[in-house]
Design a protein around this ligand. Structure first.
Ligand code: ADP
Length: 376
């Protein structure tokens, strides 16, 4: 078979000159560029005088101290006979392009020559960066959507639990009202008085539930408004407001020096301390007057608080339970409450991007710990 053109007759110089890639030949013995095609000069924005008979390291800005990196790369190419890198190239007018650079050692007897092929991948890279950015934005949107779905299902649970818990005092009121009517018809006034008391208690319970629920949903829905304030003043004011129950329970409250320049949502932080202090006073053992300590420490990134009491304590198995909405442990008759306070505390700490946890021993006391990250 006769080939139309023998391989030896192809004009490789012509191909070299007209390649759409930039090509240069680097003599590794002398470390000089011996040839560069037209596209190479255009792409790198250099004249023949600036490139030929110079080391290719001159193509990099003098400010980039890359000599060591360059020699390592050349050694690696000598070892593998080829190499690929991608890097930025600064043109003379300061514009930056992104290059993919493939290098090949020529076969013997010209193994001292390195063919360096430059391809402009700026557009490709920009597309890649754009896609990465879009992916990031998309995954952020996804997270927001997940949080939205979660908050919606939380809301459904919340409405369900709220309706369920509100029904209990209402049921008490309905059934005792009927019994009250019967007692009155039978003129049994003593029984009527007792039933009236039950109805009154249920109404007080309902009122407390509604108030706490309102506080809870308000705190959840109201945006987090951080401001800088003196936490010492806020807690001092709060303990003054709690003076009545402190005196009634013969409680002692000790407070560490707290940050003067605390950053957080003033209203929510007040609710947080109020709930923890009130619980510390409320859940007391019959034989000890309550002592509640507010302890403070800090590290470079967080403020850390501990609200410690000497009360009835909490069993380990209930550590997570008590943060759930309406969850109260088995002493409802002894201690008043709605089971909303700690859910609110958890919510407030999370809104501040902090953590809340508990350590406790039954009969000895409980410590609620929480951290609030310092502003950057
Ligand atoms: P409430 O105080 O209205 O019952 P909370 O949500 O504040 O509701 O607390 C939930 C439950 O966690 C309480 O009913 C109680 O069983 C338990 N608890 C909270 N704080 C303490 C504490 N300091 N010591 C012992 N038990 C506590």
């Amino acid at each position: 078979m006769n080939l139309p053109l023998a391989k030896d007759n192809i004009d490789y110089q012509f191909l070299f000159e007209n390649s759409s890639d930039g090509i240069l030949i680097h003599d590794l013995n002398s470390d000089l560029v011996v040839s560069a095609n037209k596209n190479c000069l255009e792409l790198l924005d250099r004249t023949e005088e600036e490139i030929l008979c110079k080391s290719p390291i001159n193509l990099r800005p003098a400010s980039e101290n890359v000599a060591e990196e360059f020699h390592k790369y050349i050694e690696k190419i000598k070892e593998n006979k080829k190499g690929t890198i991608e890097r930025e190239h600064v043109r003379k007018d300061g514009t930056k392009i992104y290059l993919k650079i493939n290098s090949y050692i020529m076969p013997a007897p010209q193994e001292n020559l390195l063919v360096v092929i430059y391809r402009d991948i700026t557009a490709f890279r920009q597309q890649q960066l754009q896609i990465n950015q879009q992916n990031k934005a998309l995954s952020q949107k996804n997270k927001e959507l997940e949080a939205y779905v979660k908050s919606n299902s939380n809301l459904e649970n919340f409405a369900f639990t709220a309706a369920h818990d509100l029904q209990s005092p209402i049921n008490t009121m309905v059934s005792f009202s009927k019994m009250l009517l019967e007692s009155l018809q039978e003129k049994d006034f003593e029984e009527a008085m007792e039933f009236t008391e039950f109805i009154g208690d249920a109404a007080v319970n309902l009122k407390a539930l509604i108030k706490d629920l309102l506080d809870f949903s308000r705190a959840k829905s109201v945006q987090y408004h951080p401001e800088t304030f003196n936490l010492n003043l806020l807690v001092a004011r709060l303990t003054k407001e709690l003076d009545f129950s402190i005196k009634k329970q013969k409680a002692t409250i000790n407070i560490d020096e707290l940050p003067n320049l605390f950053v957080g949502d003033r209203v929510k932080i007040r609710q947080l301390f109020q709930n923890l202090l009130t619980n510390g006073i409320k859940f007391k053992t019959p034989d000890k007057d309550p002592v509640v300590d507010v302890l403070f420490s800090e590290d470079a990134t967080n403020w850390k608080f501990q609200v410690k009491d000497n009360g009835i304590g909490i069993a380990k198995k209930d550590f997570e339970e008590i943060f759930k909405l309406f969850r109260r442990l088995n002493h409802k008759k002894k201690f008043s409450g709605t089971g909303i306070g700690l859910s609110l505390c958890q919510n407030i700490v999370e809104q501040h991007k902090g953590k809340i946890w508990i350590e406790s021993e039954v009969g000895l006391g409980t410590s609620f710990f929480f951290t609030i990250p310092k502003p950057d």
